[in-house]
Structure formats: C-alpha cells, structure tokens
Design a protein around this ligand. Structure first.
Ligand SMILES: NC(=O)c1ccc[n+]([C@@H]2O[C@H](COP(=O)([O-])OP(=O)(O)OC[C@H]3O[C@@H](n4cnc5c(N)ncnc54)[C@H](O)[C@@H]3O)[C@@H](O)[C@H]2O)c1
Length: 332
C-alpha cells in the first residue's frame, strides 16, 4: 500500500483530503503541531505525529522509520486578517519552517510534493477570470508567503528533479454532519453567517459595500472541499515524472457577499442580521478562478460546489457543533 505524508492533516482541508486518501486505499501519516488543528478532525485510520514542520530532528526520525511515496503539504498559517497585522509569523511558518521541512524531505530522497497554495498569490486581479499565468502581486503577507514557497518548490524541480503540483485554492468551503470548518478566530464568511443563524454571534458584518461590483460587495469563488480532495487524488497521477505544475482550484463562478448572506438565510430559514463595516485591508474586489487547466490536464470537475449545497452541508456542521457544545455544557 502506498503511504502518503500529510502535513496539516488535523486542519479543515487536510483532514478531508486525508480521509479521501484512506478511502482510495492509501496509508496516511499526519504531521501536525495542532496549533490550529483538532485531533478529532483526523480521520480514523490515519496516524498523527504531533510535530512542527520546522522540527528537523523529529521529521527526520519519522522519515527514517517509514517510506513515503508523496507529501501533501497543507500545514500553514492561513488567516488573512492576521497576516496583515502579524506578517512575521506567516513568513516563519509558511516559508522558513517550510524550507526546513523540504531539506529533511530531500535528505530522505522524497521528490513528489503537492502544495496547498492560494488565490491570494494573485492580489487584485486584472481580469474577470484568473488563469494561472495571471500576474502575481499579493496584497497580504499570507499570499506573499505562499508565492515565495511556490518559487522555492520550482527551484527544487529544476535542480533536484522533484515532481511538484501546486494547487491555488479559491474559497474552500462546505461540510457535513461529521466535519467542517473550525478556525479560531473564524474569518470565513460561510461559517460566520451560520454562527449568526445559530445565535452564536449577534450579527454578520459586511466588509465593504462600495466595491466596483453589481451589489457593491466582494465576489468570491466557493469550491467544496470534497472537490479539492478529488483534485489531490488526481495529482498523485501527475507527480509520476519530474516537473512543476500549477493549477487553480475553483469553479469559474463567483458569488457576492450579499448573495451568500441570502443563501444562508434561505438554507437555514433564519433571519441573519447584518451590519455594514469598513473594507478589510488586503481584500480584492473579485477573486474568481479560470479552472480550465485543471479540467483539461487532470480531468477534474467541480461536482459538489453548488453554493446552496455548500451552505447546506456547512449548516449541518454548524448544528453538529452546537449539539456537541450542549452535550458538553450538560455534562460539566
Ligand atoms: N481554507 C481555505 O479557504 C483555503 C484557501 C486557500 C488555500 N488554503 C490553504 O490550504 C491549507 C489548509 O487550510 P485550512 O483552511 O485547512 O487551514 P487549517 O488552519 O484548518 O489547517 C492548517 C493545519 O496546519 C497545522 N499547522 C500550522 N502550523 C503548523 C506547523 N508549523 N507545523 C505543523 N502543523 C502546523 C494546524 O495545526 C492545522 O491543523 C493551508 O495551507 C491554506 O493556506 C486554504
């Protein structure tokens, strides 16, 4: 059985991808320091190694004990607002510790690598649909740190014959009764709206209503995490020979903040109070993928990324979290 090393597998996207790998018959080891992840998010069958990716000795011991076919790298600092106020930690984790990890992988002869990058590498787009060769001008340190790591990986393909797939996700979203987004603080629109619907927050703040879009609010491309996981499975077939391959993962359809708010009200049947707030620094008006390369090259298709379905699944997860909190409160 092929073994895959998944960094950040206790987090939102990494845990779903780990579950998908297991379902496809892969053996999965997870490296996560649990700084932002959750032990109960790790799918049954995966083995957790509680390690910082920058811990060279710890990683080296692990790689001496087991052979891995490919590494999926999800571990990162990933909250954009924090990256604006505290860039140092983003370059530390996403770049410096990432390099330490790459050096250990290289010493152990690993050459197949799949990297979770982001649409934030593009900054403010010049075109309605963003293709992979669009200029890269990040407007926050998160996007900059991811772009730097992409470039570091590209040098690994030219100098060390690595096979690298870089996925630039647009807005990863969705859930089920059993899994979903759990960031702290939560900065993503769908879980925030649903927390208001379940009365865990008093209102929803719309950051900017004066953007040059039809209703004045930002437009984003929401892609279901299951569709992201499927792209990762397809990537395993791509990293068979040396090369550097970059793909957007998005649907090519964008939705405004108001549209997502309306959908959340329809799905939950709840009134979600909203307030207008100032724009957030580092938020481009529109981010929408051109996913043609991923479709043509890997045969990928977004089968679960309809906005209503995404919000429906995320609502199941929000309700499950509320039930868990109630049970905990009763047992204290
Ligand atoms: N969620 C999105 O919408 C989105 C969009 C674009 C890109 N991405 C990228 O996808 C990846 C996963 O995102 P997510 O939303 O699941 O984030 P997440 O915060 O839920 O998961 C990240 C995981 O990495 C772990 N981690 C952080 N620093 C670590 C370190 N130094 N050593 C070991 N583990 C560490 C955390 O504990 C956490 O479990 C990230 O690389 C992120 O940049 C996410």
């Amino acid at each position: 059985m092929e073994r895959v090393l998944v960094t950040g597998g206790a987090g939102y996207v990494g845990s779903v991808c780990a579950a998908r790998l297991l379902a496809h018959g892969y053996s999965v080891d997870i490296v996560d320091d649990l700084s932002d992840g959750h032990v109960d998010a790790i799918p049954p069958g995966a083995t957790l190694h509680r390690l910082d990716i920058g811990n060279r000795d710890g990683l080296s011991n692990l790689l001496s004990s087991k052979k891995y076919e490919v590494v999926f790298h999800f571990a990162a600092k990933a909250l954009i607002p924090e990256s604006v106020t505290n860039p140092g930690v983003f370059f530390d984790v996403n770049v410096a510790r990432g390099i330490a990890m790459l050096e250990v992988l290289r010493a152990h002869g690993i050459r197949k690598f799949v990297f979770s990058s982001t649409a934030a590498v593009y900054g403010n787009p010049f075109s309605a649909l963003i293709s992979e060769d669009h200029p890269k001008q990040p407007v926050n340190s998160y996007g900059e740190s991811k772009l730097m790591f992409e470039q570091i990986l590209r040098w690994h393909t030219t100098a060390y014959d690595w096979s690298v797939v870089v996925f630039r996700y647009f807005n990863a979203s969705g859930g089920t009764h059993n899994w979903g987004e759990r960031h702290d603080p939560e900065t993503h629109i769908i879980p925030i709206l649903l927390q208001v619907a379940s009365q865990r927050r008093p209102w929803f703040e719309v950051y900017g209503t004066d953007y040059p879009t039809a209703d004045g609010t930002c437009l984003r491309d929401y892609v279901h995490v299951n569709d992201i996981a499927e792209a990762h499975i397809l990537a395993i077939g791509k990293v068979v020979s040396p090369g550097f391959h970059v793909y957007n993962i998005g649907t090519g359809v964008s939705h405004s903040v108001h549209e997502v708010w309306r959908t959340a009200q329809e799905v939950t049947g709840k009134h979600i109070p909203k307030r207008e707030a100032a724009r957030r620094t580092g938020d481009p008006a529109v981010l929408c993928a051109n996913p043609d390369r991923l479709k043509q090259d890997l045969g990928w298709w977004p089968v679960e990324s309809d906005l209503r379905e995404i919000v429906l699944g995320a609502w199941e997860w929000e309700q499950a979290l509320c039930e868990q909190a109630e049970v905990r409160a009763r047992t204290v």
